[in-house]
Design a protein around this ligand. Structure first.
Ligand SMILES: Cc1ncc(COP(=O)(O)O)c(C=O)c1O
Length: 415
């Protein structure tokens, strides 16, 4: 039998030439010589955001001053951004709010969920959930009293859904491994137990197709700065399914979530639907940048993005297998594309130093405790040659053992 040809850079270039999404790369500012595999942590700068931020700062803020709340529609910006985002979530515009951070939105929604299921004492989650999700739930349980955070292993979740569970809270795409939960099945299982479900979509929104309405999801949150490319510290989003709009209450009753903020009433009256989740004054500069990021991703269409994301991660896994065998790299992500988000992770005992050595070569991924090399494949701007170049750099780092250099062992505050 003829041996299959080894995949080379020209093959990757050929895939890029056939890629319908290739022109979208130009919508982002990406530094020369960098392979950016960290868009699952911080998306790059959308080209149009530069102009938009300048206009908002110089014209709307600088010249318009406070008049811009009306004249430039600042007051409606959170609603406009939520409406642009909703289709990417498989939700209606009036079920999505854009405000605060994911952590703060988790607090609001978890508190609202426990109120809707008063009499039940548990917030159920998995032990490996993203830490902020666990910290917020723990803090809320302590504040409320009579509520406990119950943690189980991933495969124990269905059996742990009993009559004491008020809300099941999970992250759809595992931040370490990229493993996808079956959102539809787990949502149905929680509902069977009369529990509510809150999904963290931080690593899903803008990368994985979602159908929150069709799957009957109650509540969800997610980040604006990852695959939505909203910029560092971009506002987050919160989703409340329409079936809860009449009964859902937020514990953070701020004036921007009031039915009539400028009536300055002394009693709180919630705005209708999800708009009550707004709390304080919206961050206009950040919202303007996020709007550009969302529009840029939405233009591609989530199904095309997912197709390309799968092709990129499949190629990367294949190339690591072919090029980096025998170097103690063990795939931490599910091998089946259908069970994986838009990232590929590996275990390696020297993961931290290897990631630093890769960054020094211009391949930016990240390290996650305890031993994970994590590579995000944001399909809006990555090329197939990026996957090839990253694996070439990884092989060079492993073969030369350059990760042993002392400078690659120094840990900065942010990893
Ligand atoms: C799954 C998940 N949830 C929440 C967060 C934190 O969100 P925020 O910083 O907006 O509170 C992150 C950050 O990386 C995350 O990965």
């Amino acid at each position: 039998m003829p041996t299959p040809e080894r995949f080379g850079r020209p093959d990757a270039e050929s895939l890029d030439r056939q890629d319908d999404l290739a022109p979208l790369r130009d919508a982002f500012i990406l530094p020369e010589g960098i392979v950016y595999l960290d868009g699952n942590s911080l998306g790059p700068l959308p080209r149009r955001a530069v102009e938009r931020l300048r206009t908002v700062a110089e014209n709307e803020w600088g010249r318009g001053l406070i008049r811009s709340w009306n004249d430039h529609g600042w007051i409606d910006l959170p609603r406009r951004v939520a409406a642009a985002l909703a289709p990417l979530l498989g939700a209606s515009a009036d079920e999505v709010a854009v405000a605060d951070s994911t952590s703060v939105n988790l607090f609001k929604l978890l508190a609202g969920a426990t109120r809707l299921r008063s009499g039940r004492r548990a917030i159920l989650s998995e032990r490996d959930n993203f830490p902020t999700d666990l910290y917020v739930a723990e803090g809320l349980a302590g504040t409320l009293g009579g509520i406990e955070l119950r943690l189980v292993e991933r495969d124990e979740i269905p059996d742990a859904l009993d009559e004491t569970v008020a809300v099941l809270t999970l992250t759809h795409v595992d931040f370490r491994t990229g493993a996808l939960h079956d959102m539809e099945t787990l949502t149905a299982a929680a509902h069977e137990a009369r529990a509510l479900v809150l999904w963290d979509l931080a690593h899903s929104a803008g990368a994985v197709p979602l159908a929150l309405d069709a799957w009957g999801v109650d509540l969800a949150v997610g980040c604006g700065y990852k695959y939505l490319n909203g910029g560092p510290g971009a506002p987050a989003f919160a989703f409340v399914g329409r079936h809860l709009h009449q009964t859902f209450e937020t514990p953070l009753q701020g004036w921007m979530g009031h039915a009539a903020p400028f009536a300055f009433e002394s009693r709180y009256r919630p705005a209708s639907g999800v708009d009550r989740l707004l709390c304080g004054t919206p961050p206009i500069l950040s919202l303007a940048a996020l709007e550009c990021g969302i529009e840029t991703v939405a233009r591609a269409g989530i199904d095309s993005l997912r197709r390309k994301s799968v092709a990129l991660t499949e190629l990367f896994i294949r190339l690591v297998e072919e090029e980096c065998g025998g170097h103690e790299l063990h795939l931490a992500s599910p091998a089946a594309a259908a069970r994986r988000g838009s990232q590929v992770s590996y275990h390696h005992p020297e993961a931290f130093a290897i990631v630093q050595a890769l960054i020094a070569r211009g391949v930016i991924g990240d390290f996650r405790e305890p031993d994970i090399l994590r590579f995000g494949f944001a399909p809006a701007y990555l090329r197939f040659v990026d996957a090839w170049d990253a694996v070439t750099a990884l092989r060079a780092v492993l073969e030369s053992r350059e990760w042993e250099r002392p400078e690659f062992r120094l840990r900065a505050k942010v990893t």
